[in-house]
Design a protein around this ligand. Structure first.
Ligand code: PLP
Length: 421
């Protein structure tokens, strides 16, 4: 459920009509709903009630500081995957003890930054990383709380580019080697073992892979405890999928996911952490674009938008589906026709949808991409020297620009031309 509904025939973000936002900031733009972010965060909170837990929002899904600050205000921790995200979380007011540092290639500078600024835990992904962290922490006279991210060799049954839990993926250490790595961790100065971490992928539409992975983590918890490790926190990752295509069957709900967690690890006496990103932010955002031209091709009509693959890369990168709807509600029973919906960028990959059934659309009409709040703005680029598009946050009838569109001067002046050119 989200808070983007038609009222009087016009699509709104909460109580703000989208054409009003378009008039103020121009198109294309992203718009996010506070009420939807809140609702999704609370779904996870409720799903884990009764368990000692912390929901650490995976910031990489949408790291605008206004979004982070809103979620942190509700009690969310943050899962960060770079020094930049760590600094953004701090800038948004998130205390270090609520920030988890994930990622397969943390640099020593990033480790230093997090150790001195405060950190809840590092999720370590390899032995060399463990050694580096031990050296950095020791040199600072500090101790790094850690989990080791294990790779359970489970097929998440999702898009190959976002599956992370198979043995051929770069993530984590093979779960069979975990006892060795924990023994090594326990022997290193500046390292304190506190738990285990696992994250098998994103946009999972089935609970079974989670069950397989969490059962392996449960077994490992029991084994590591017999070997003398104090395993008191399990970070179970993120990855629960969202319904991108409303006509399809919906993925499992957070309550069902929570019930699974309770069932598999609820009796271990551990603190549970989860790191959802997409499910919190995905359906809390729209991308709104204008139709520039309707072009008749050979046997097909192209809807040419002012948004492009640089603004929302998911269709080009993952073949992802987004529901695309007219901002002015079509009259009931209006005839639909197929369009290829494309952007202005100079490659054929810049296609959002092929032969998509839409009511008849005219130049100047606004269209909205649903489910664009996660992995949308954060993955955008200035390819074709197209400025990053504005982000707008709405709460009830209030709206604010939370990232402005840069000017062409700002973009062009970032380059420097050496005198010898
Ligand atoms: C990407 C990622 C997440 C979030 O995944 P979602 O599918 O957005 O919930 C959580 N943890 C880690 C380590 C990640 O890399």
């Amino acid at each position: 459920m989200d808070h983007f509904l038609y009222k009087d025939g016009v699509l709104h973000a909460e109580d703000v009509p989208l054409p009003q936002i378009a008039a103020e900031v121009g198109t294309p733009f992203y718009v996010y709903s506070c009420a939807t972010l809140t609702r999704h965060f609370h779904l996870f909170e409720e799903a884990l009630t009764g368990l000692d837990h912390l929901v650490c929002y995976a910031m990489k899904a949408n790291s605008n500081q206004a979004v982070i600050a809103h979620l942190a205000g509700l009690g969310a921790g943050m899962d960060v995957v770079s020094g930049g995200e760590y600094l953004r979380a701090k800038a948004a007011g998130v205390p270090g003890e609520r920030i988890v540092f994930s990622g397969v290639g943390k640099t020593r500078d990033e480790m230093r930054m997090a150790l001195t600024g405060g950190i809840r835990q590092f999720n370590v992904e390899s032995e060399p990383e463990l050694t580096a962290l031990s050296e950095v922490a020791s040199s600072l006279g500090l101790t790094a709380p850690i989990t080791v991210r294990v790779n359970p060799d489970v097929d998440a049954r999702t898009h190959e580019k976002i599956a992370t839990g198979k043995s051929e993926n770069k993530f984590g250490i093979p779960i069979a080697r975990a006892p060795e790595v924990y023994a090594m961790a326990a022997s290193l100065p500046g390292i304190e073992v506190i738990g285990i971490d696992v994250h098998i992928g994103s946009q999972l539409t089935d609970l079974e892979p989670f069950r397989l992975a969490y059962e392996k983590v449960r077994d490992l918890t029991l084994r590591l405890r017999t070997e003398g490790h104090d395993i008191r926190r399990l970070d179970l990752g993120g990855g629960l999928g969202i319904p991108y295509e409303r006509s399809n069957t919906a993925p499992p709900l957070p309550t069902e996911y929570g019930a699974l967690i309770r069932e598999v690890v609820g009796d271990l006496g551990v603190e549970v952490e989860i790191e959802p990103g997409r499910l919190i932010a995905g359906n809390a955002g729209l991308l709104v674009a204008s139709v520039l031209y309707v072009k008749e091709g050979e046997g097909r009509d192209f809807l040419i938008l002012d948004a492009a693959m640089n603004d929302l890369i998911r269709p080009a990168m993952y073949g992802a589906w987004h529901d695309i709807v007219p901002v002015v509600e079509p009259a009931p029973g209006l005839e639909q026709r197929p369009y290829d919906i494309v952007g202005p960028v100079c490659e054929s990959g810049d296609t959002f949808a092929k032969q998509r059934q839409m009511p008849t659309i005219s130049p100047g009409n606004l269209v909205a991409f649903r489910s664009a709040g996660a992995y949308g703005a954060v993955m955008s680029s200035e390819y074709n020297t197209r400025p990053l598009i504005p982000e707008v946050l709405v709460k009830d009838d209030q709206m604010a620009v939370i990232r402005a569109r840069p000017t062409f001067d700002e973009i062009i002046n970032r380059d420097t031309v050496p005198a010898w050119v």
